[in-house]
Design a protein around this ligand. Structure first.
Ligand code: HEC
Ligand code: HEC
Length: 289
């Protein structure tokens, strides 16, 4: 290696060390749990916050009002209720950002942000406005034990099979039997909106894993796809009904085109065929007559 190449390499090492130190210092106040974003990710996260959250929560995340309705909006910065898990939860369940004209409607749950966008917005806010906490990682659990813990603590609001839709405690509840274990763990500790929070004395981390195992078992029994956002059961049955109607109609069509459907060749059924392609016998649709 030539002298100049070695000098070059030396400088690169020094620069890399300096960059690492600066990055470490910048990340330090927010706590070791928070992921450090690259400058490009940070910039992208800031843009997402500005377009998806700042209109209501304020550019400085100190709260404000909903532009369309004038309703009050809580602060994210300096709000002891808001943790990293709460931020992650509201975005992964589609609770935030909410419909612009009705941000209190907890049934409206269009998931707007992708997993990647959510990840960087959480890390960005944790660092930029110092939001504390970390994402939970529940242990694998025992479904039989989970059934009991769930029945005692959750079923009265979310229903015995976690299908949700129970209007208890003054609020409609979402389905919980289609959620990932991390989502369940976040909700149990956070207690989002109308839901009470449970601390580790009331429900241990192991019991959170047990609840998740029980709900996954229910999902497997009922064929619910886990991790996909649930459809509103009313819409879901409507869509199912439309789908079966479409299937029945197609079957009728295949079984023998009813006379009230026009023949594509403009001929009446049973009329002698003149189409040369049919005469050559290559048509699977050939009339048996
Ligand atoms: C259209 C206005 C609006 C937008 C946009 C919006 N929010 Fe909200 N947000 C609200 C309102 C209103 C509440 C309080 C709702 C309630 O109490 O039912 C809220 C509550 C929250 C809470 C819970 C705060 C608490 O004290 O319980 C979090 C966390 C949150 N929003 C995060 C976000 C994030 C992150 C974004 C962007 C991805 C976002 N919000 C976008 C209006 C909005
Ligand atoms: C007093 C009623 C009540 C009890 C008890 C309750 N929840 Fe909830 N839960 C709610 C409500 C209401 C929401 C929706 C909050 C919102 O987003 O506005 C919710 C939200 C959730 C969510 C987030 C789902 C989503 O799509 O946003 C999960 C997961 C959850 N609950 C699990 C549980 C588990 C597990 C228990 C038992 C340990 C439990 N809940 C106990 C009322 C309750």
């Amino acid at each position: 290696m030539s002298r100049s190449a070695r000098a070059c390499l030396g400088w690169l090492v020094v620069l890399a060390a300096a960059a690492g130190l600066a990055g470490g210092l910048a990340g330090a106040p927010a706590g070791a749990q928070t992921e450090v974003l690259s400058p490009a990710e940070r910039e992208r996260a800031a843009t997402i916050y500005a377009s998806q959250c700042a209109t209501c929560h304020g550019a400085d995340a100190r709260g404000g009002v909903v532009p369309a309705t004038g309703d009050p909006v809580p602060a994210l910065a300096g709000n002891p209720a808001v943790t990293v898990a709460y931020l992650d939860l509201v975005m992964r369940t589609g609770r935030m950002p909410p419909p612009e004209d009705d941000p209190y409607d907890n049934r409206a749950r269009d998931v707007v942000l992708t997993d990647e966008e959510r990840r960087i917005v959480v890390a960005y806010l944790a660092d930029a406005v110092e939001i504390a906490g970390e994402l939970p990682d529940p242990p694998p659990g025992n479904a039989a034990r989970g059934r009991e813990v769930y029945a005692t603590n959750c079923a009265q609001c979310h229903g015995s099979t976690g299908a949700g839709g129970v209007a208890g405690a003054g609020a409609w509840t979402p389905a919980v039997n289609d959620k990932l274990p991390v989502t369940i763990a976040e909700a149990v500790r956070v207690g989002p909106f109308e839901m009470p929070a449970f601390d580790a004395e009331q429900i241990s981390d192991q019991e959170v894993g047990d609840i998740a195992a029980f709900l996954a078992e229910v999902a497997a029994e009922t064929g619910t796809p886990i991790g996909l956002l649930e459809l509103n059961p009313v819409y879901a049955s409507g869509i199912a009904a439309l789908f079966s109607l479409a299937v029945v109609l197609s079957l009728l069509w295949i079984a023998g085109r009813p006379t009230w459907f026009p023949d594509p060749r403009g001929q009446r059924r049973g009329a002698p065929r003149t189409d040369p392609v049919v005469q050559h016998g290559g048509d699977a649709d050939k009339d048996p007559t």
